[in-house]
Design a protein around this ligand. Structure first.
Ligand SMILES: [Zn+2]
Length: 418
């Protein structure tokens, strides 16, 4: 069996070399051989309007993968310019075990207000897909350019999407697996499984160790896109917003000035070594990251100096691990300097100097504004959580009907308004 595979491999390599030889010897023919993606981009560039050369539509870039991922759209699916509002919804980590999260303890109401359960998350993804939404990367929706005065500004790109598809960004806040949540109905960390893919590890309500792809937001969305590739543009997934005070992704990578010993430093280094391949795999498979501040601080109400100290610590302890990001997701939706829509204060400028360009709060619409005085985007995201599930039906009908989605395992005493 093994031998045959070896022979096949040798034949494959030999024929590959032969093809390569033919291509090289044909010289001019090499021009015609290009990968389908770059030829799509070339076609778009040449078809751009002549008097506005800067407005060339920029497609969502394909995602690099080490193992085969379903790539949608294939070359047979035509792309059309799309200038629709890009809807932006967000979730927190999902509740793996509702019976445990909703057990009447002091955290129950918090989970009920701000989280959705696994079954709700699955039902919402199915409904979004049925309603023709397609995931795009926030970094592809706007881009930076130099204006006539030599200033760096942001502008909206025209996305190239399959006909009938509606662009959607999903972000996930606080994918840190905070201590209070683990063992209380949530998984504990994201890990790399034996297959090289992302899995979640945790403990079930009986105290048994669980490794699953069905019980945390990241692997659930991964699986959903594996099964429904047309829910994602080139395999794009979601934006993961991270704080740093209890580490990231379930790994305790944070420093602790009150407990700084050789042992804690060694533990921290081990955690960093463990989380690094997880970060790498997430990036390879279409995930991207955002800052959510280091300490989940109320960015709009603390002092400038506190904003700076918090941001520097995030850059040192989280930015150093996840790499560059341009997205800042306000904790509590609290806008820098108290307001950033019509003003640009010192804290906002500080974040801009760190490289941040997208500043996302929370609202009832997928509002966005290109700031005229500095290269930055202000935007709102629509929360999907227990408060909205219980409180709003009609506002969300374009995404899902809460009646079909609502988990009956939620505590009944908090009621619904539909
Ligand atoms: Zn948060």
């Amino acid at each position: 069996m093994k031998k045959r595979r070896k022979t096949t491999t040798i034949i494959f390599v030999l024929s590959y070399l032969m093809i390569l030889l033919i291509i090289v010897s044909c010289g001019s023919n090499t021009d015609e051989i290009s990968d389908p993606v770059s030829s799509v981009i070339d076609a778009e560039e040449t078809s751009g309007s002549e008097d506005m050369p800067d407005m060339t539509p920029i497609p969502t870039q394909p995602v690099e993968t080490t193992t085969p991922q379903p790539i949608y759209p294939g070359p047979d699916i035509p792309l059309v310019p799309n200038d629709d509002i890009v809807e932006h919804i967000f979730f927190h980590e999902i509740i793996a075990y509702p019976e445990k999260a909703f057990d009447g303890d002091r955290f129950e109401k918090n989970y009920d207000d701000y989280m959705v359960t696994v079954s709700e998350f699955n039902a919402i993804l199915e409904s979004l897909h049925r309603n023709n939404y397609i995931l795009v990367n926030m970094n592809d929706v706007w881009s930076e350019y130099t204006d006539d005065n030599g200033e760096q500004r942001m502008r909206r790109n025209t996305l190239m999407l399959p006909e009938g598809k509606k662009p959607l960004i999903i972000s996930f806040d606080d994918i840190n697996f905070y201590e209070y949540m683990t063992h209380d109905g949530f998984m504990e960390k994201l890990i790399i499984g034996e297959d090289g893919e992302i899995w979640a590890q945790g403990t079930d309500p009986n105290g048994e160790r669980v490794i699953s792809q069905e019980l945390a937001a990241v692997p659930v969305l991964d699986r959903f896109i594996r099964e429904n590739p047309d829910f994602s543009m080139y395999g794009v997934k979601g934006c993961i917003a991270l704080t740093g005070y209890e580490g990231i992704l379930g790994y305790r990578t944070q420093t602790d000035a009150n407990n700084d010993t050789d042992e804690t430093r060694l533990t921290r280094m081990r955690e960093i070594a463990r989380v690094s391949p997880v970060i790498e795999r997430l990036k390879q498979t279409g995930w991207y990251f955002a800052s959510h501040s280091y300490g989940h601080v109320s960015t709009g109400t603390i002092s400038y100096y506190e904003v700076v100290a918090d941001a520097n610590r995030w850059m040192e302890e989280v930015g150093s691990l996840i790499g560059e990001t341009r997205i800042f997701i306000y904790p509590y939706g609290s806008r820098l300097d108290g307001s950033d829509v019509y003003e640009t204060g010192p804290a906002f400028r500080f974040y801009h100097d760190l490289g941040f360009r997208y500043f996302a709060s929370v609202g009832y619409e997928s509002y966005s504004r290109i700031k005229p005085d500095i290269g930055a985007i202000i935007c709102d995201r629509i929360s999907i959580d227990g408060i909205r599930l219980r409180g709003s039906r009609t506002q969300y009908l374009r995404f899902y009907d809460v009646i079909d989605v609502f988990d009956p395992l939620r505590p009944s005493q908090y009621g619904t308004q539909w």
